[in-house]
Design a binder for this molecule. Structure first.
Ligand code: ADP
Ligand code: ZN
Ligand code: ZN
Length: 659
């Protein structure tokens, strides 16, 4: 008896073993975990097939050691999803399949579910009366509830998208089915779960990387056996098995955190659609600022467009002001005009939110005598100057160093932090507004477990306060007291080499703006820029996201950029400077015979050196998705052959979100 087994190795094949000696053949059920010897270790794999033939020579066949389960771990739809993903992302099937399991199952722990209970302190919410747009959206979805359809729920911030999700889930639950809700950020999950729990007194499971291995396993098992009726999770929750899945929701579908950025680089939003198709169920993509990919799919009539054009209840849309910061006096990044507006809003006992997507005190420490800058020894980047606690830190590899008292080059003590991060902004605000509560939210201030929840609670308890932070503060939260939002520096996004940067900046501006004036009090949004006439910024502010997106789509079409063409990037890294480029040049030569694709590069990555590794990229582009896919399927095996024995780490990134 030969066992065909999937193992988590980068090798793109399955592995054959002999059945464990003296095992009862009825235990060899496809889908169980099995322990096998592999090189000098033992690995846990998944049994896929029992057969009687193998191409492995008899003297090389080893015995599998032990079967770990009495029933298959994963249902058929998860296999299909993993197979599809391995194919599409050209990644080893074994790794994809094993990565669909919670860590503790990968390590060999027992798959024993414990009953999940309802929290005891649920405060039921009051269902609002739906407005017309919500009614229409819900009716459209309900009418197609038992077949595959992709809906784009395109609704401005605060328009009641979540209410639409809740009503649709209600129906799914009534029908005895389960729902999966994907959300981008871990920090947002606590409120989201509370809101869902307040509506439904059914067990809800959360799945995200902040859980202990044990809790994660329990949530996963509860979804699989049908006990958890709703699962709310981040990216990887798309691989959760369900007893009876009836609906998938992807909230903030435009968010790039749905794309995994290392190893197996899947896009959870795209996989949600694949999974919904496999399961013949609807999928709802929700956003106030849909991705251009999704908008084009609406235009091509692949997705059904549902629109919530107005804020729900009495909330009004915020008013936008562009503040030209060229040639005006600035105090640590804030113009006098913005400071004055902050005072006015605080005087009314309101809250102000300042957005600055740069943590630390200053991005650079600079010698005023010789222009030396403190750089990371392992990466091609500057060390960020942090004040609380004081140190220099690399935001790419986390290297830390003491703050030098003298320049490493000329020994001068005239060192100056240049530029502004959230800590510096906080320090200046503390001097300027000594009696106002300052609440800073960034990766540093939320490191401790539960810190984010504490900060959010503080925000809700205060009346007047200044909230400042990075994009952790920008997304999804509901801050009813905020009436003024200040975007401290819009230019970093408007002028960037990535062709998606402007799209992302526009989305971010509207997301941050969406925090203002969500209830009775009207909101104001101030955007500081040195380029007040930037055409796309003007379009965004004056005509709204729809026009902004339409203009961007037109530009992309003319330039034949995604979503009007398809990209894949080979990313290669090596300790020796030339190695990665040589390797990619060899790949490029394999591509040149084919006219259907074009090849760009190799070029150094934006961060040309990271953790001591030199990084290079090779971009492959085609006009049609299936042309690119067919080409890659063929190419990947040849790339594998030429990579043998090379001291190069490489990965293929299909549909990259960072270019
Ligand atoms: P979104 O998810 O689009 O940002 P939410 O669903 O969070 O919007 O709704 C924003 C606010 O409006 C919430 O406080 C919600 O309870 C409220 N709301 C939603 N729908 C209605 C409605 N039909 N009437 C009144 N208030 C509503
Ligand atoms: Zn110097
Ligand atoms: Zn570094």
């Amino acid at each position: 008896m030969i066992l065909r087994i999937a193992l988590a190795t980068p090798l793109r094949r399955l592995f054959d073993y002999l059945a464990p000696q003296a095992i009862d053949p009825s235990l060899l059920i496809p889908g169980v975990r099995i322990r096998v010897p592999f090189q000098s270790r033992t690995l846990i794999g998944i049994l896929l097939e029992v057969t009687d033939h193998t191409s492995v020579p008899p003297h090389k066949l080893k015995y599998a050691l032990e079967v770990l389960d009495t029933q298959a771990l994963l249902p058929a739809d998860i296999y299909q999803l993993c197979e599809w993903s391995a194919d599409y992302y050209h990644y080893a099937f074994g790794e994809v399949l094993l990565s669909a399991l919670p860590t503790s199952l990968r390590k060999g722990k027992a798959a024993e579910a414990s009953p999940i209970s309802l929290p005891s302190n649920i405060v039921p919410d009051i269902k609002p009366n739906l407005n017309h747009a919500q009614e229409q959206a819900i009716t459209s979805i309900k009418n197609m509830q038992s077949s595959f359809h992709t809906f784009l729920l395109d609704g401005v911030t605060g328009s009641g998208k979540t209410e639409v999700y809740l009503r649709c889930i209600d129906d799914i639950l009534q029908a005895g089915k389960q729902a999966l809700v994907l959300v981008p950020e871990i920090s947002l999950t606590p409120q989201t779960i509370q809101r869902f729990q307040a509506r439904f007194s059914v067990p809800i499971a959360a799945l995200h990387s902040g859980l202990t291995e044990k809790k994660r396993l329990q949530a996963w098992l509860a979804a699989r056996n049908g006990d958890a009726k709703i699962v709310i999770g981040t990216r990887s929750a798309i691989f959760t098995p369900f007893a009876h899945l009836g609906l998938i929701i992807v909230d903030e579908e435009h968010d790039t955190s749905f794309k995994q950025q290392d190893r197996f680089r899947y896009h959870a939003r795209d996989l949600a659609i694949v999974r919904a198709r496999t399961n013949s169920i609807p999928v709802i993509l929700g956003s106030a600022t849909p991705s251009l990919e999704s908008l084009l799919n609406v235009k091509r009539e692949r997705y059904l467009h549902l629109s919530l054009p107005h804020r729900a209840g009495n909330a009004k849309p915020p008013a936008f002001h562009i503040l030209n910061t060229q040639h005006v006096e600035m105090k640590e990044g804030l113009s006098t005009r913005l400071l004055q507006m902050i005072s006015e809003h605080l005087a009314q006992e309101n809250q102000v939110l300042l957005f600055l997507n740069r943590r630390g005190f200053a991005p650079v420490l600079y010698c005023t005598q010789c222009a030396w800058m403190a750089d990371c020894p392992r990466c091609n980047t500057h060390l960020v100057y942090h004040r609380t606690p004081p140190r220099l830190q690399c935001h790419h590899c986390d290297s830390q160093a003491r703050i030098p008292t003298a320049c490493a080059s000329c020994k001068s003590t005239q060192l100056q932090p240049i530029g502004i991060g959230t800590q510096r902004l906080e320090e200046m605000l503390a001097v300027h507004f000594p009696d106002v509560a300052l609440i800073r939210v960034d990766r540093d201030s939320t490191k401790r477990k539960g810190a984010m929840q504490d900060l959010l609670a503080q925000i809700n308890q205060q009346n007047k306060a200044i909230l400042l932070g990075t994009q952790m503060l920008a997304k999804g939260h509901h801050f009813p007291q905020v009436t003024l939002v200040g975007i401290v520096d819009a230019d970093s996004g408007l002028f960037n080499t990535d062709f998606r940067a402007v799209e992302q900046m526009g989305q971010l501006i509207l997301q941050v703006a969406g925090r203002a004036g969500r209830e009775e009090k009207p909101g104001t949004v101030v955007i500081q820029t040195r380029h007040p006439d930037h055409a796309l910024l003007q379009t965004l502010i004056r005509d709204g996201y729809q026009s902004f997106a339409r203009t961007l789509l037109l530009e992309r079409e003319q330039a034949v950029l995604p979503p009007y063409s398809y990209f894949a990037i080979f990313r290669a890294e090596a300790y020796a400077e030339k190695k990665a480029a040589h390797f990619l040049t060899a790949i490029k030569e394999l591509c040149l015979a084919n006219n259907a694709v074009s090849v760009l590069g190799p070029v150094p990555a934006l961060l040309a050196k990271r953790k001591g590794l030199h990084c290079q990229h090779l971009l492959i582009k085609a006009d049609k998705r299936n042309v690119l896919q067919g080409f890659l399927a063929d190419l990947i095996h040849r790339v594998e052959e030429i990579s043998v024995g090379q001291a190069v780490k490489w990965v293929l990134d299909v549909d990259p979100v960072e270019v």
